[in-house]
Design a protein. Sequence first.
Length: 263
Amino acid sequence: MSNILVERCGVYNLLKICDIILLKEGMNEMKIAVCYLSSLFLILLLPLSVTAEVKEVKAMVKDIHWLGHDTFKVVGEKVVYTDPFKIKKKDTADIILITHEHYDHCSPEDVKKIQGPNTVIIATSDCAKKLSGKIKIVKPGDKINVEGIEIEAVPSYNTDKPFHPKANGWVGYIFTAKGQRIYIAGDTDYIPEMKNFKVDIALLPVSGTYVMTADEAVKAALDIRPKLAIPMHYGSIVGSEKDAKRFAEGLKGKIEVVILQEE
Ligand SMILES: [Zn+2]
């Protein structure tokens, strides 16, 4: 049996492949032993590595604080805030990510509450006009590195409502914290680009009206396939915890969902 076949046998982790190969190439005790043992080894090890990955992602959740609506404080190598709105406690962010210009996402008075002299704000151009300080303007598709943190601006728009037209160039973000790729979707519907996102943790809107409904967010999550999803965009302008629960219910047994308590 060639090395490639041995490797395939192991990688695909299927004893059946061994049977096919062995039948095709002729039985020989050595081949049988190598094939079955490598399969067995992977069968035993794979669940362990998957469990370790899930543990890492779950450990990150304690560093993700939901401050209501689309406002999160993520504490990784840097302190990252998303769409600061109705900020209750003064703080200093290293990085502020703002998805678009609407008042409940781009709020100059809330930005001031968490902005220090070194805070870097990443925003779309229409929001940037309302702010001052260290600002980087982004559009969908941009990839930047801010103080060692990888940040991608990704498309975020409505498909069946007029509030967030694709032409506005508004964004969601995928950024890295403690090795996890975290996606904050912004005000978006379920869009085809989502299936190309590589994400560990997805923060998805679920309220409907201006964004996806909980059911649409379930479809989005199944396309994005994060290791963990957190519902957002409810409890403030539109939507309630019912939407978050419906979202969790829809993904039961498929994708881990954590409903965060507002802090
Ligand atoms: Zn909006």
